[in-house]
Design a protein around this ligand. Structure first.
Ligand SMILES: [Mn+2]
Length: 354
């Protein structure tokens, strides 16, 4: 429950009496069963969920105070305690019990928030950055889950390396990668596995198609695994008898990644990391073909803060987990990206995916 404690400290700093989370319920409650988590400045947090999710919430969450709602008068099982209310009514009741005057919240549809604030009038302040900032720094427990997700990605990539050969389809390889990761314990993929060969390789967000791999192509394999909700992200680029130009592209992204990694440590600006990769690629003459940022934070979501791009104002802190993934996409020649998920440490970094 350290997350709850850290959130409480932030509430005090921001002059809030309670926090209503609708967007970060999984982070706070460690279950996807919650509709809302209400954290008062004092007293116990409350998990609000649909009647259907009561049992799962009890099994999965460390939050002890769980309240279930049902919008209609369903017949109840023995011992089942459900409040026949709309979710917004129940949330407003819980907030009213806390007596909070200043309430921070992290999202939800505007109409839903309006219903809550009509039922329990107080000062409601949209403050998603409070939890976003907490989520950037991973706890030791979160880190062990991220490490496992990264290991699973590595297994998937090893499988890809075994399968890359002329004649195989992108989809075949993607299927084998996902099968391998699933068998080893992955809950799924945080995004559709990318196997992008030849003319697909220079589309940064290609997926996998029925196209067959051929000689003289670069093949971008971008994959991730999920473990206890935590994601990993890893990209490798393979060549089948690549041309000189393709090899040059491939080596340049690898060098750019190393240049970026070398700058990572506590206190460095995210844009400094981006610039290290971007400058190297620009000096190699491929600057206009590096069309995206250098990386992003990874956690329960595949894309979270911080963001590594030229005008980013984020600062790297130890305990952040992020990707470093420069790419070069030259139409008519080939695309390459090289990506690892890394942990920011006080004086450097640790690669989780290699
Ligand atoms: Mn990525």
């Amino acid at each position: 429950m350290k997350k709850i404690e850290r959130l409480r400290e932030e509430l005090e700093r921001h002059g809030l009496d309670a926090y209503l989370s609708l967007r970060n319920t999984r982070y706070l409650a460690e279950t996807t069963a919650a509709k809302a988590v209400i954290v008062p400045w004092e007293g116990e947090p409350v998990l609000v969920c649909s009647r259907l999710e009561l049992e799962r919430a009890r099994r999965e969450s460390k939050i002890g105070d769980i309240k279930g709602f049902s919008s209609w008068r369903a017949p109840l099982q023995r011992g089942e305690r459900v409040l026949f209310l709309e979710p917004w009514q129940l949330i407003a009741e819980v907030l009213a019990e806390t007596g909070a005057r200043a309430i921070g919240y992290d999202g939800g549809e505007r109409n839903f928030i309006r219903k809550i604030s009509n039922a329990y009038p107080a000062g409601y302040r949209w403050a998603p950055e409070i939890i976003q900032n907490l989520r950037m720094i991973k706890s030791p427990e979160e880190l062990s889950l991220l490490r496992r997700a990264a290991e699973l990605a590595r297994l998937g990539m090893n499988r890809a390396a075994e399968l890359i050969e002329p004649g195989k389809t992108e989809l075949e390889i993607a299927a084998e990668i996902e099968y391998e990761m699933r068998r080893a314990g992955s809950e799924g993929t945080p995004f559709p596995t990318i196997v992008a060969s030849g003319e697909n390789s220079w589309l940064p967000h290609s997926t996998a198609t029925a196209k067959r791999l051929k000689k003289g192509e670069l093949i971008v394999v971008d994959l991730g695994a999920v473990y206890n909700g935590y994601a990993s992200d890893m990209t490798r680029t393979f060549g089948i008898s690549p041309t000189k130009k393709q090899l040059q592209i491939l080596r340049t992204v690898q060098e750019a990644q190393r240049a970026a990694l070398r700058r990572i440590k506590n206190g460095v600006g995210a844009k400094v990391i981006d610039a290290a990769a971007r400058d190297l690629i620009t000096r190699s003459g491929f600057g206009r073909f590096f069309t995206h940022g250098t990386g992003h934070g990874v956690g329960l979501e595949i894309h979270e803060a911080p963001s590594l791009y030229p005008s980013s104002r984020d600062v790297l802190r130890q305990g952040m987990v992020l990707t470093v993934e420069p790419g070069i996409y030259v139409p008519g020649v080939g695309g390459a990206r090289w990506e690892d998920t890394v942990l920011v440490k006080r004086g450097g970094w640790e690669t989780l995916t290699s």
